[in-house]
Design a protein around this ligand. Structure first.
Ligand code: NAD
Ligand code: GLY
Length: 382
């Protein structure tokens, strides 16, 4: 058994809470969760993959302790982060008659955390929730920091609220049922922390990526704990993303454009898009003379070594999409991104491994030229 770590998240505008990281936390869920419950009932929101695998580990002990238990299950997948998914969850909470002393458990990946968190933010003007993240991505990123949302046909995460959880329980054991492709996607967000702000962590990841991805307990605990620490520090300084929090978007402006172009789904998962986006951020930065070529090469090699894509040509041509990506279409997606301000392109660029910064008003033509050298083409040739 690895040690259990408690990482506090404390900022000016919200009630502090802990992220607990360790093995076997769900072996005693009553110990961790019951102190937060105002009523003797446990209400879990989960998805159709995670519920059958892990809900019983919560409901069993709570039922044995005399609590009523309820499991609300939405279909697995991004499509549940929608008006329909939100209505389904809110209707279920109303049918159960939850009041403001109830605390809802979000058991699942980022989809469940974002959906449940947003439902809790608006149910009766706000009730508490606890995150029990079950993907690597959710443990190191989405469960921490209070961003909750559903998607809209005009884009991802466009309707939401900042609503912090009361507790985040990262049980490393629940990751054992996760497909390895999803583990790699979470690893993309882990290496992101090293690339954006901690060169020593990056050095360690470079040597330990296989151990982390194969869920070797001590390596996994260290990787997840350090990632959560970095996220907690950033959120404490800038909950509403007025400044430093934007650094967490390293690789995301490029990555979101690819996801939008390919269609959010199985062809290119979010972590894979972020992996390519981070490699592009390093290639663009090095090409513009902002970052040493040696750091670019190390960063890209480390992403590839983890089994993640780094180039547009790594994305399978499928779903009716031509093999080539059009540079102008990608830029249009970037301009519609939440990180675009007043029509200017905002990117997270790098001075070195571990030194990312927010670059505003980036010249579109320089991005266009870069995309063409990086494998995209111009419209008329697609
Ligand atoms: P996800 O929630 O869709 O989970 C991925 C898949 O793994 C799903 O099919 C799910 O059912 C399955 N799964 C989850 N846990 C499992 C387990 N332990 N065993 C087996 N299967 C399991 O996706 P995700 O990658 O966790 O999260 C992506 C979502 O997170 C996106 O909607 C993204 O916008 C959001 N996100 C939010 C933030 C934030 O700060 N709020 C940050 C990053 C991403
Ligand atoms: N995942 C980006 C953020 O939490 O700000």
């Amino acid at each position: 058994m690895t040690d259990i770590r408690r990482i506090p998240v404390a900022g000016e505008g919200f009630r502090p809470y802990d992220v607990v990281v360790g093995q076997g936390l769900l072996a005693d869920p009553v110990k961790w969760i019951a102190p937060f419950l105002g009523n003797r009932r446990l209400v879990i929101v989960t998805d159709s993959h995670v519920g059958p695998l892990h809900a019983e580990s919560l409901t069993g002990p709570f039922a044995a302790a005399g609590y009523a238990t309820h499991v609300v299950t939405v279909p697995a997948g991004e499509q549940s982060k929608s008006y329909d998914g939100l209505k389904f969850v809110l209707d279920a909470l109303l049918d159960l008659g939850l009041d403001r002393k109830d605390v809802v458990i979000a058991l699942g990946g980022g989809v469940i955390g974002d959906l449940t968190g947003f439902a809790c933010a608006i149910y009766m003007r706000g009730i508490d929730f606890i995150q029990v993240p079950t993907t690597v991505l959710a443990q190191v990123d989405s469960s921490v920091g209070g961003k909750t949302a559903i998607d809209h046909e005009k884009g991802k995460n466009l309707i939401g609220a900042f609503w912090q959880p009361r507790l985040v329980l990262c049980d490393l054991d629940v990751l054992k049922t996760l497909p390895v492709r999803e583990i790699r996607c979470g690893y993309a967000e882990i290496i992101k922390y090293g690339l954006l702000g901690d060169r020593v962590f990056f050095d360690w990841l470079e040597a330990n990526d296989t151990a982390v991805i194969s869920l070797e307990p001590e390596a996994l605990r260290r990787a997840i704990s350090r990632s959560v620490e970095m996220k907690a520090e950033i959120v404490a300084a800038d909950e509403r993303e007025g400044g430093k929090r934007a650094l967490l978007n390293l690789g995301h402006t490029f990555g979101h454009a690819l996801e939008a172009e390919v269609g959010f789904g199985d062809i290119l998962l979010h972590g894979e898009a972020v992996a390519i986006g981070m490699a592009q951020a390093f290639r663009y930065s090095a090409g513009a003379g902002l970052c040493p070529a040696a750091d670019r090469d190390r960063a890209v090699a480390a992403i590839a070594h983890a089994g993640l894509p780094t180039r547009l040509s790594d994305i399978p041509a499928a779903g009716g999409r031509n093999e080539a990506f059009d540079a102008d279409r990608l830029i249009r997606h970037m301009a519609g991104d939440k990180k675009a301000e007043g029509g200017n392109l905002t990117f997270i660029l790098v001075k070195a491994i571990g030194e990312a910064y927010v670059a505003k008003k980036v010249d579109r033509n320089s991005i266009r030229d870069f995309l063409i050298t990086d494998g995209a083409v111009l419209q008329e040739t697609v």
